[in-house]
Design a protein around this ligand. Sequence first.
Ligand SMILES: [Cu+2]
Length: 150
Amino acid sequence: MVAGLSIVLAACGGENKSSDQQAAPGQSSQPAATATTPAAAGATHDVNMVLEGSSYKYVPDQLTIKPNDLIRYHNKSGGPHNVAFWSDSIPSGAASAITVPDPMAPLSSKLVVAPDEVIEVKFNNAPAGEYKYYCTPHLALGMKAKLTVK
Ligand SMILES: [Cu+2]
């Protein structure tokens, strides 16, 4: 008797819950663009990895971001490319604030080969300062760039 009642209540609760969940995303998506909210999810930036003529480069090669932003590096031409940070060219304490996908080494992402394949580099409370990085296969050819976190 008691068990049957609780099942009914649970079923009612489930219906109410699903209607709440439908309402919530609509309410929260509108103010998400405000930049003043502390600890909010960061913005997303796009950087292309290209071969132009005989030059391998990141475009843009300088970018200013906020401490919790995400950068999507797109393999446009001339791959394989990757994103690797010099451990001595980032602010102190910054290494743990950077997440690279499938790292080959600390702070060094996997290589992307397929057209338009993306490397997502995530920053989590990254300290302010300059972050210099390079492409491992093309470092000798000058493929390097800089981020500024502020
Ligand atoms: Cu490269």
